[in-house]
Design a protein. Structure first.
Length: 342
């Protein structure tokens, strides 16, 4: 499989040539996954063929996706789009595996999956056979580049400083960026003034915190500390970061408690107090964090909050917090602010 490129590289680029038999959009960002699949289909299939030769199916219909790929195209290309939360189990994946191993001419399978599990047979097959498009979180610098390409595509002309100011205010979320660009166009036309950012765009710190927590759960000290630097560069208050992280960990604990009580998956959002679309993220976190790690994280957040409020150097306290959350995967943390600096 070709390396999964960053959204900055593939999102606004032309359709791959030659067209792959299997295209895989994978990662945590739902906007990039869905829009990426939609854009690929729109560019690969002639408008008059879309109604006949494109099938969009939910994950429960993986077997139907395999069947559609065996039907003779009505036009020049048959496209089957399968939008998954997770890869189907072994029993439901057999037909898909056969089509991926031996694709028919003039067919394109487009898969969207939040998490690619390389432990399954289908996951390993996709990792070797599919043309991959990464849909993971972006850094601030990547988001500014993505926003510049998105503005050009929409025919907008941001004045110097507009895009940087926008991303620092709302976070590196492509869905929010696209929304704010259209809002700015409706407000003042195609030339975007940096002064409009504070007027039109409400700051949303949660996106950056989600990316920070994802990096911690992945065990990547470098990525996690980079995400922390991004949040501080955006002007987020240290105590605000601690508060939002504490909220996330407490929601994970609420999911754990609900599962232990025998709560059905459909009832988890209301029981734990989380939005339904975010359930997968909290279930992932609950699986990755053991009981001791989760309880230790809540205690570390409490101690960091207290330390900052009593005068400890806030950036150092936050860095130490991230290393504590990472646990045994992290390098040893310095014991004092002085030990961290020459």
């Amino acid at each position: 499989m070709p390396p999964a490129r960053s959204p900055v590289d593939w999102y606004h680029a032309p359709v791959p040539s030659p067209l792959p038999a299997v295209a895989l959009f994978h990662g945590e960002d739902g906007y990039l996954r869905v829009e990426g699949m939609r854009r690929l289909v729109a560019r690969a299939v002639a408008p008059e063929d879309v109604a006949w030769d494109v099938g969009w199916l939910p994950s429960a219909q993986a077997d139907q996706a395999a069947a559609l790929l065996m039907v003779r195209p009505l036009g020049p290309l048959r496209v089957v789009v399968l939008d998954l939360e997770e890869l189907p189990g072994e029993s439901a994946a057999g037909g898909l595996e056969a089509r991926i191993r031996s694709p028919l001419p003039a067919t394109l399978l487009v898969l969207g999956v939040r998490r690619l599990d390389g432990r399954t047979r289908l996951g390993r097959l996709l990792a070797s056979a599919a043309h991959a498009f990464a849909c993971g979180p972006m850094t601030v610098a990547q988001a500014v580049r993505w926003a510049a390409a998105e503005a050009r595509e929409r025919g907008l002309s941001p004045r110097p400083g507009y895009l940087e100011r926008l991303v620092h205010r709302i976070g590196p979320s492509p869905g929010r960026i696209a929304q704010e660009l259209e809002k700015a166009r409706a407000y003042g036309g195609e030339e975007l003034d940096p002064a409009w950012v504070d007027l039109l765009a409400a700051p949303v710190p949660h996106e950056g915190v989600f990316a920070l927590m994802a990096a911690v759960l992945a065990g990547s000290a470098r990525d996690a500390l980079g995400r922390l630097d991004d949040l501080l560069a955006q002007g987020e208050k240290p105590l605000g970061i601690v508060s939002l992280l504490e909220r996330e960990y407490r929601l994970v604990a609420a999911v754990r408690d609900a599962l232990r009580a025998g709560c059905a998956r459909a009832e988890l959002p209301s029981r734990a107090g989380i939005p339904p679309f975010a359930l997968g993220r909290y279930l992932d976190a609950e699986r990755r964090l053991g009981e001791k790690a989760l309880d230790a994280a809540v205690m570390a957040l409490y101690e960091t909050d207290r330390a900052i409020k009593t005068g400890t150097d806030a950036p150092w306290a936050l860095e130490r917090l991230i290393l504590r959350l990472l646990g045994p995967l992290a390098p040893a943390a310095p014991e004092t602010p002085a030990a961290r600096r020459p």
